[in-house]
Ligand binder design. Structure first.
Ligand code: BMA
Length: 255
């Protein structure tokens, strides 16, 4: 039997670390040809498996997105799948967030997803269709404290997903969104390390998920691979929560 993503050409943004890197492994296992779009320098990225095309790119910049997609098409011959995974998280509320923090989160998280879609969709159309998976967060549906710019950008990705799904459904492109809970990634590890009491925070993060732990990146990558594959052929515009139950309980449920 053919593998789920056999010979599909996939772009994974932020594929150097965390959820993106685990998604690279899932896609390779399923037979895809993978291009990683990431801004990290070579020495900073987790070892890339053989055959992965690495395009060092700042996805907040129009020309860099266009150049990356051009290079991928030159090397691989087209684009079938885009996983919009790259993201940053910085802290602040409506008064402590400065314009630079706002722009940083919006430009990388939201504008980057749109720019990569804009550069990739024409290539998908040439091949009769494709699949886009946008990675948002449970913070696209609800919010923690002190993450104004990040949570707002994650909410907007749900709008981006729905509008692109509606616009391109008739042209063979499915667009879906994944909302992970807390995942053991460099982004979350950095948050834990910055805390006054990292051990306490680590335990609290585990305990706040009804499954009793945070996710491993692979557990998100598997869902992304499914959504990108033909097994999800009737899914578009879907918002898929993968959070160990985090947003399910009514707040304050008594023991
Ligand atoms: C993610 C990040 C994590 C957080 C998780 C659950 O988007 O903000 O730092 O733990 O949501 O709220």
């Amino acid at each position: 039997m053919d593998r789920e993503l056999q010979d599909k050409i996939a772009i994974i943004t932020g594929g150097g670390h965390g959820i993106g890197r685990a998604t690279v492994d899932c896609f390779l296992r399923e037979g895809a040809r993978v291009a990683v779009v990431d801004w990290s320098a070579g020495k900073d990225i987790d070892q890339m498996p053989d055959g992965v095309l690495y395009c060092r790119t700042d996805i907040s910049k129009v020309a860099e997105c266009e150049n990356a997609v051009r290079e991928i098409v030159k090397q691989f011959g087209g684009v079938d799948i885009l996983v919009n995974n790259a993201g940053v998280q910085t802290y602040g509320d409506a008064i402590t967030t400065d314009e630079g923090t706002w722009d940083f989160n919006m430009n990388v998280n939201l504008r980057g997803q749109w720019l990569m879609a804009r550069a990739s969709i024409p290539e998908m159309l040439k091949r009769g269709g494709g699949a886009i998976v946008n990675i948002s967060s449970v913070q696209g549906l609800a919010s923690q404290r002190n993450v104004l710019a990040y949570s707002t950008s994650k909410h907007a990705m749900i709008g981006l997903t729905r509008t692109m799904a509606v616009d391109f459904a008739g042209r063979g492109i499915r667009v879906n969104c994944v909302c992970p809970g807390t995942v053991d990634t460099p982004m979350v590890r950095a948050t834990i390390a910055q805390d006054r009491n990292p051990e306490r925070l680590r335990k609290a993060l585990n305990n706040m998920h009804p499954l009793g732990r945070i996710a491993q990146p692979r557990e998100i990558g598997e869902v992304i691979a499914f959504l990108a594959s033909n097994r999800a052929s009737f899914m578009t515009g879907s918002i898929v929560v993968v959070d160990g139950g985090l947003i399910t309980p009514i707040a304050g449920s008594p023991e």
